[in-house]
Design a binder for this molecule. Sequence first.
Ligand code: HEM
Length: 478
Amino acid sequence: MPGSPKLPRVPIPGPRALPVLGESGNSFRFFSKPVTSLLALHQRHGDIAAITGGSPAMVCAFGAEHNRAVLGDDSTFLSHGEPPFPLPEDSALGRMLRENMMSKNGQDHRRLRRMLMPAFQRARILAYRDDIVDVTEASLRRVVPGGVVDASRVMLDLMLGVIMRCLFGVDVSAGGDPLGPLSIALLEGFLSPANLILPYDVPGTPYRKLLRDANRLEERLLALIEERRATHDGRDMFSALIHAHDEDGSRLSDVELVAQSILVYIAAYETTAQSLSWTLLLLALHPEILYDLEDEVDAMLHGEAPTAEQAASMPLLDAVIKESARILPATPICSFRLVGEQATLGKYTLPKGSRILLSPLVTHRMGDVFPEPTRFLPERWSRITPTPFEYLPFGAGPRMCIGHAFANLAMRLILPMALQRFRFALRPNTEISLQLKGISGAPKNGLPMDVTTRRAPRPGNTRRPKPKGEIRALVDLS
Ligand code: HEM
């Protein structure tokens, strides 16, 4: 890894360092095609493999046993909160990146997690049903049937509205609150390769813009904290965090509130939107399952939006969402960890400073737990009960996704609502490949799909469309 301290060599198998470019070249090659690289690394080198053979700078560990060892021990395998670029000491961007829960370890992480937890409890999450349904209805009204839409864009716009409403209690649909565009600008800045290459605070650079966007976002959130403290009536997650207190009565500081709310937005938005997009794609690739799901949704809902109870009572919907998260998890790489003290992983001793990467995408394809792993088979979920380390779309252990109940509710409300109104069909020969955006796996060129209204009855023809690109290696479409 560029800029990493030199680590002693460990005999972990992996590809040789590229000529001239060395380990940095291997890293670049790996992350430019992360999914293909992960699958190839596992196939060629086994359950513990290094991006550069012999180097513990980036070690990939696959399968339940290693997931348990790493995710279960958060005092040895630390969350790897290194910012991707240098941060000015006294800056909004620095405060957001350094003070959020994902950048913390040990007591600091546990304290923040304890403070956030009540806002994410299932009972509280179910109360967001009406907000999610309202925003979804408004968002789906903007989809014009009869043409081609980028289904992934539709889901991103929809989820932005949902998150802004449930997290901050604001409506961003009419461009009303600057929180929407500011949050998007911040996320784009985080993910922009330009900021990795040129992190200089000089006029005209994207890095300067990122610093300025972070300042404006912080200002808006500090004003919102004042408003919410004054009114005491917010039902949103932000209000819950403002009023949260620890066992000793202490509360989150303003800096902590801003940092946690930005983390929640970033962790929730793309991941949930991409999960929905991948599910729409998988259904379009398996029309026979799509039509069965439409039948289940129609029989349960008769054209109405689901209640929270109905959302949890559709067996095929549940199986489709689980299987989609197995075969195309929204976070193909779920967890980066830094070895805090010399540690053992499998048969290797890893020096302090080694980095580990875990992948649900690969673990979910291990044939002993998931037979015929490349086939999209929702019905398998009536036969299997994998352990939390075998099936981990939301991670596992003490840092497991705090928002999984929210994501599960949102997906089980939004998907039936979309399927009641529209049929999304993939055009033949569409190229579907993946890229990493932060920790989310996103379709590289979007998901262009024909969208029609659902007036037409179930077609007799269930021929599967044949896309091009990486998807063919990931999903068996025979
Ligand atoms: C389908 C959607 C989602 C997926 C696939 C997902 C996935 C994950 C994963 C894999 C982790 C663990 C990362 C690690 O081990 O380092 C994580 C953590 C986290 N997620 Fe999610 N997530 C989703 C939705 C959400 C939502 C909706 C929220 C909030 C409303 C959220 C908030 C968080 C937070 C705050 C953490 C950090 C937890 C900690 O450090 O203790 N996520 N998520």
